[in-house]
Design a protein. Structure first.
Length: 126
């Protein structure tokens, strides 16, 4: 029988980093990390307290309530925005899990959300 993965509970009222266990695509524990929520209609919300070069963006769980305004973008520091979920995604309203495991080369990870989507970001944030 497989060993149970420990659950780490955080402050449900917090919008800043909360501890989680990061698991790789094969189901193995890869590291400890945090999750952070990003509400709809946010612009360049910094992941972590300040964010820094070397921070890891592991995944985004995008909860789409209105498909027409579901766009989600990420930025590495002051770099250009990268659209990772477009407006009107093919599946419409629903939940989309996007895996990245990217290390920042330029500074804090930043997330921008459209009016119809909220996000839970996981990773190691400073």
């Amino acid at each position: 029988m497989a060993e149970a993965i420990p659950i780490v509970a955080g402050d449900a009222g917090s919008t800043k980093s909360t501890p989680v266990i990061l698991v790789d695509p094969d189901g193995k524990i890869s590291s400890n990390g945090e999750f952070e929520t990003v509400a709809a209609s946010q612009t360049d919300q910094v992941m972590g307290t300040t964010g820094a070069i070397g921070d890891v963006l592991a995944s985004l769980v995008c909860v789409v309530a209105t498909a027409a305004t579901a766009q989600v973008q990420i930025k590495d520091g002051a770099g250009s925005a990268i659209t990772v979920l477009p407006n009107s995604p093919g599946g419409g309203v629903g939940t989309y899990t996007l895996l990245f495991n990217l290390r920042s080369l330029a500074g804090a990870w930043k997330i921008t959300t459209g009016a119809g989507v909220s996000v839970i970001a996981t990773g190691n944030f400073t």
